[in-house]
Design a protein around this ligand. Structure first.
Ligand code: FNR
Length: 186
């Protein structure tokens, strides 16, 4: 069965290295797998139960949720901020968690972190996993992608990953995620 994955980007800046990783994924996707970017999470207001009660869920959140529902799996591509999950990404997850028929429940999820530091956002990965426990997401355990010193593995002009070892690893991880998705999906 062909699979469709969507990428959820945890960085908001235009020249984001994680954005470059996300942009590269369709090019290293295995046969039968398509990968599309979700809309930016940058337009979501800070979560406020009063907004939810008085105005309902933001339209941009509904759009993100609908695309997650239609996807076979979600790939979260994010930097690490202060050894943890960037606030913007946590905010998006907080909004998603309040939706009726919450779309990450039972959904296969892959985490990818990249940073300018040597450990590639490793410390963020375990905080993000813990958060996703409450949402009942089906996060794949291994293999893990931590893109360390990512600034040396991309071409800033094309905005894509160019390091061959990284490209090979991303391809094998996506193949593993496709297998995992087939295995855990109903
Ligand atoms: C960072 N950065 C960072 N890097 C890291 O490896 N561990 C960390 O804890 C942090 N903390 C952190 C906090 C804040 C507020 C910022 C802005 C940055 C550096 C980070 O890896 C770098 O800025 C990346 O380029 C961010 O990813 P994007 O935006 O390029 O995708």
């Amino acid at each position: 069965k062909p699979l469709k994955f969507v990428t959820l980007l945890g960085s908001l800046r235009k020249a984001s290295y994680n954005g470059m990783v996300a942009r590269t994924l369709p090019k290293v996707a295995p046969e039968g797998v398509t990968i599309e970017a979700l809309p930016s999470i940058g337009t979501l207001p800070l979560y406020d139960a009063d907004i939810q009660q008085e105005e309902g869920f933001p339209a941009d959140l509904d759009a993100i949720a609908e695309q997650i529902r239609q996807a076979d799996g979600v790939i979260i591509v994010t930097p690490e901020y202060n050894y943890s999950v960037p606030g913007g990404l946590k905010n998006a997850i907080d909004w998603i968690s309040r939706l009726p028929n919450q779309p990450l429940a039972g959904k296969p999820v892959l985490i990818q972190t990249s940073s300018m530091g040597p450990v590639g956002g490793a410390r963020c990965q375990y905080h993000l996993r813990q958060i996703l426990v409450f949402l009942d997401a089906m996060v794949m355990n291994k293999p893990e992608f931590m893109g360390g010193v990512i600034q040396n593995k991309v071409d800033e002009h094309t905005g894509e990953v160019t390091d061959q070892g990284t490209l090979d690893f991303l391809k094998s991880q996506l193949t593993a995620f496709a297998d995992y998705t087939h295995r855990v999906s109903k």
